[in-house]
Design a protein around this ligand. Structure first.
Ligand SMILES: Cc1cc2nc3c(=O)[nH]c(=O)nc-3n(C[C@H](O)[C@H](O)[C@H](O)COP(=O)(O)O)c2cc1C
Length: 406
């Protein structure tokens, strides 16, 4: 990847994770890759904002990018560590060996993590205070504590004179960057839609649990005159930064409900009895013009399900009884959604059983504290009859009415 000048002597440095089968954070599939962005400010003092992960040849690649701006790693005077998650700090240990002079600016909570993760002693760090500024000749940096977007020690850095926000994980998205299209005004409408979808999935996978801190952070930043947003993943927003700010606000507000008038339907079936009802349910939803996102488990990964589930007003789960409980892969999906704080949803459950069932009882127990409004359920024994299909049409119709009320 080549470097890109953002404005004056401020540069974008970036690598893409594109390895097939790579799981981001060890869990989340990223079939379209993800970029890890850092930023370089050349001036009276040379500043590096966020590093990169210590996988593949990433540190070497970023070093070469720094060199292509005609300075070396050893010339960096200030390293800003917005966030200690290893995708941005993995290089820190070696960076500090290579460069023994750079002063690290980070939050107070990050200081012990420098040592714990990278063996970097506290005396190399300056712990910022919220709103603190750092005059650097032609540049002026301001630091903001933005705890829990995404770890407790996270902060953002604002270049005051140009209105550039280095937002770290906030406003980020999955999706590799194209060599020649790293700014929002360089990507096609189709690519915009792609990044929006990847931003939602990134949000649901990584940030969703921290939606309250996101709303607090947005409130804190609302007074800034932000002209350019430089996140640590995804494209740079310079033409219209409010687009991604509005998206993030909307995503964070989904945590409080009601979400878009859409349904995410997740189903599983061992022998096809539960599966046969799925098309009947989809038919009812489409008849009511309610968009539906359909996933099957096992098979479809919860990382993908989360994005649509996060924004949908309604969730429908279909699974048979398995050893007196829910079919295990579905139990896992439900557990994961609850853990990610997918809340305030209208929910419907359906499924076949063989003799006395058990999935419904298990479902009720596992979702008791989910914050979901379970509007209906439908179970039948063995293969669904025509009467069962009629009954489920009616039950799903009532469920659709509840989506109108939200
Ligand atoms: C491994 C296994 C465990 C099952 N456990 C139960 C059970 O505990 N209670 C019950 O009523 N039916 C149980 N069943 C029967 C299934 O729930 C029933 O066959 C159902 O129709 C399966 O739906 P499907 O075709 O959508 O997979 C079990 C079936 C299998 C294969």
């Amino acid at each position: 990847m080549k470097i890109h000048k953002i404005v004056d002597e401020i540069y974008h440095l970036s690598v893409n994770i594109e390895e097939e089968g790579y799981l981001f954070e060890g869990i989340w599939p990223i079939p379209n890759g993800v970029s890890i962005n850092g930023y370089l400010i050349k001036g009276d003092k040379n500043v590096l904002i966020d590093l990169t992960q210590d996988i593949m040849d990433f540190p070497a690649a970023v070093s070469r990018q720094i060199e292509s701006a005609s300075i070396g790693v050893e010339d960096i005077d200030i390293l800003v560590v917005n966030h200690m998650e290893p995708d941005h700090s993995g290089w820190l240990r070696d960076f500090c060996r290579q460069n023994t002079k750079a002063v690290i600016y980070c939050t107070e909570k990050a200081v012990p993590l420098l040592e714990a993760f990278s063996g970097v002693p506290a005396d190399r760090a300056v712990a910022i205070t919220d709103g603190m500024t750092l005059e650097l000749g032609d540049y002026e940096l301001q630091f903001f504590n933005t705890p829990n977007i995404h770890w407790p020690e996270t902060m953002m850095t604002y270049e005051k004179k140009r209105g550039i926000l280095f937002s770290c994980d906030a406003f980020g998205s999955y999706g590799s960057l194209d060599e020649d299209a790293v700014f929002d005004d360089q990507v096609s409408d189709e690519k915009h839609a792609f990044y929006e979808n990847e931003a939602l999935r990134y949000y649901a996978n990584i940030v969703a649990s921290f939606s309250l801190p996101v709303l607090k952070g947005l409130e804190k930043l609302s007074g800034l005159d932000i002209k350019i947003i430089c996140p640590s993943h995804g494209i740079i927003w310079r033409e219209n930064p409010s687009v991604i700010v509005d998206h993030y606000k909307r995503y964070a507000e989904y945590s409080k409900g009601p979400g878009e008038k859409e349904v995410t339907l997740v189903w599983s079936s061992m022998y096809g009895n539960t599966k046969k009802i799925v098309s009947t349910i989809i038919e009812v939803l489409r008849g009511r013009k309610i968009p539906v996102h359909v996933y099957q488990v096992p098979g479809d990964d919860v990382g993908h399900i989360l994005g649509d589930a996060w924004k949908s007003r309604g969730l429908i789960f279909g699974m048979p009884t398995y050893e007196y409980k829910m079919f295990p892969p579905m139990a896992h999906v439900i557990e994961e959604l609850i853990m990610k704080k997918v809340k305030n949803k209208k929910v419907f459950r359906f499924g076949s059983y063989g003799w006395v069932g058990g999935a419904q009882r298990d479902f009720e127990a596992k979702t008791e504290k989910s914050g979901w409004d379970v509007v209906g359920c439908f179970e039948w024994q063995g293969a669904a009859t025509e009467a069962d299909h009629d009954a489920i049409r009616k039950a799903v119709g009532a469920y659709c009415d509840s989506l109108e009320e939200a």
